[in-house]
Structure formats: structure tokens, C-alpha cells
Design a protein around this ligand. Structure first.
Ligand code: GUN
Length: 313
């Protein structure tokens, strides 16, 4: 039986969020703008591209932002000194250290130096603990973006069986905890999972974050299930593709995110969201609630006006 597969347009949702946040920035009470500082160490071209996109997106909604670029051989001591300086600077609301770092840095030590109240990536151990314990903190941007897509598409998470493939600290693990917090029944899969297709076929919502191009076939997906594809791999021709065999799942899955244009744009949209939340938490007169934004996600996407797209990504 052919099923209509709803494509989930991450660019459209990210654009709606930028519009929403731009309005919040414009309506702030304080004369100080929300501000984000990114740090990139070394000359990894992909890291520089990501940081450029982040800077452009923050500027597009009226935030203040700057990128600190440090030489490849910057010592860990110097990097941490720069972070501590930003922690003390009350005009800076959010700090992001672009990963990966050159190999002479210990990521955990560097991330732990960021003030947890400014850790808009949600990587600081206090924020990891807050997510696991269900306390307020910052949630990593990609999992938060995946959850937003489910809210915005009206796909119910509470009570659903969600299967997450991948257990990285940036996506898989926080994703599983976030879904658990949203009252889903959660199964985590990884490279040692036996009979992967048998497990994934039992999912109402399948979230895959492995980077293994074409891992998910029809055999892995129950008819009508939602597939959120976080993968960013390359096929034999070097083209960017997701974990899912997209063409095979069209007419089989109930809803599917494309790669590119699905989860990717949501990561930056959630970074801006976390930065706005950091600003509000540091300025108690300002009102901003991520929970409210999520609860309005359905309305926000139906209000979407293509004439109002902010020109990023
Ligand atoms: N490198 C790849 N993804 C991310 C991310 O979400 N945050 C940071 N800081 N670095 C990354």
C-alpha cells in the first residue's frame, strides 16, 4: 500500500524561528542586545564554514555576534583564559567553542571552563546533568532541533516508541534523554546493537544520527513511521546524503526529513534560541520561554509567510 510521505522542511521551520526570534530581539526591554561569541581554533575548513553560518544567522535576527579565531597551535591554557574572560564579560550572553578542537586540547576540560549559564551548546557537565535530571539548563542544539520538528509537524512524542540510532555526546545521547523527558518510550541503538532492523521496525519515530550513508532501508522502517535523519554522510559520488535511503522511504515512511534541508538548518535555529534564552536568564526583566516557543510551533509554522524569509541558508 502506497503511503503519502510528508517531507519535513527544516529550512521553512528554521526560517519561522528566525522570524519569531527577530521579533523577540526587537521587543526586548534592555538597550543591550543578546550576544553570542563563537571561538574557532585552527583552520578546519568545515568549522570555519559552520561558524560563518552561525554568525550570519545571529546577525540576521539582530543579535550581536563575533567570532574569535585562534591559531592552530593556541595552547589549552590560552584558550581557557579567553573563555574565562568571556565568562566575566556581562555583555556576552552565549559562548560556543566550535568542535572539533586540535588534538592537543581536551574537549571536556575546555567545555567545562564555559560558564554553564552561557553554554548555549549545552555541552557543559552541569547542563548534561540538568537534561538527565529534568532540570532547567541548555539542551544541545541538534536534538532540540529534532524535537522542534516533531512539535511543529504535530507528531506526538508522548507515549510514542522512539528509537535513536547513534550515541554521540552531541546528538544521540542527549536526544534519547530529551525524548525520555518528553514522555516517550526510548530505545538507544548503536554499532553493537544486534538485529538493528528488528529494533528500528518497532519505532513510531526513528531518529538516526550515524553518518553512515544509506544505512536505513525500507526494511528498517515500519510503514507510516516518522524518520528524522540527522546523518551527514557522503555517497559514492561525494554528494552529501543522510542515513536514510531517501528514495526508498518515500511512499513508505509517514514523514521524512531530507538531507540537506531537514535537521541541518534547525541546529543553527536552536543555537539562536538558546542564545535568546541565555539572554533572558541573565536579564530577569526579559521574557523568553523555549517551552512557549515549542508549544506555539504548530501555529508558528502555519503562519509562515514565504515573503518574510530571512535570507540565511
Ligand atoms: N561541531 C559540530 N557540531 C557542533 C555543535 O553543535 N557545536 C559545536 N560547538 N561544535 C560542533
Amino acid at each position: 500500500m502506497a503511503i503519502f510521505t510528508r517531507p519535513i522542511d527544516g529550512r521553512k521551520h528554521a526560517s519561522s524561528i528566525r522570524r519569531y526570534l527577530a521579533d523577540r530581539v526587537a521587543q526586548r526591554k534592555s538597550s543591550m542586545l543578546p550576544s553570542l561569541v563563537t571561538i574557532v581554533v585552527g583552520d578546519n575548513p568545515a568549522s570555519h564554514t559552520y561558524v560563518r553560518f552561525k554568525t550570519k544567522a545571529a546577525k540576521s535576527i539582530g543579535m550581536q555576534t563575533r567570532a574569535i579565531v585562534l591559531h592552530d597551535d593556541t595552547s589549552e591554557h590560552e584558550l581557557i583564559r579567553r573563555i574565562l574572560e568571556l565568562n566575566e564579560d556581562s555583555s556576552v550572553n552565549g559562548i560556543l567553542v566550535q568542535l572539533p578542537l586540535p588534538s592537543h586540547h581536551q574537549v571536556r576540560k575546555v567545555v567545562s571552563a564555559i560558564d554553564p549559564l552561557k553554554d548555549v551548546d549545552g555541552f557543559h557537565p552541569n547542563n548534561v546533568a540538568a537534561l538527565v535530571m529534568g532540570d532547567q539548563g541548555f539542551i544541545p542544539c541538534t536534538p532540540l532541533g529534532c524535537l522542534y520538528l516533531l512539535y511543529a509537524e504535530g507528531i506526538k512524542v508522548s507515549g510514542a516508541h522512539c528509537v535513536v540510532i547513534g550515541r554521540s555526546a552531541v546528538v544521540g545521547r542527549p536526544m534519547a534523554h530529551l525524548l525520555l523527558r518528553e514522555h516517550a518510550t526510548v530505545t538507544s541503538c548503536h554499532r553493537f546493537t544486534k538485529n538493528l532492523a528488528d529494533v528500528t521496525r518497532s519505532a513510531d519515530i526513528l531518529i538516526s544520527a550515524t553518518g553512515v550513508a544509506g544505512l536505513l532501508t525500507k526494511d528498517h522502517v515500519s510503514p507510516g513511521a516518522t524518520v528524522i535523519d540527522v546523518g551527514q554522510g557522503r555517497n559514492g559520488k561525494g554528494v552529501l546524503v543522510g542515513d536514510a535511503c531517501h528514495d526508498a522511504l518515500m511512499g513508505h515512511a509517514g514523514a521524512l526529513t531530507p538531507v540537506p534541508g531537514g535537521v541541518g538548518p534547525m541546529t543553527i535555529a536552536m543555537l539562536l534560541t538558546n542564545t535568546m534564552a541565555a539572554y533572558a536568564r541573565q536579564n530577569p526583566d526579559e521574557e523568553f520561554s523555549i517551552r512557549d516557543m515549542f508549544q506555539n510551533a504548530l501555529a508558528l509554522s502555519s503562519e509562515h509567510n514565504w515573503n518574510q524569509i530571512l535570507p540565511v541558508d
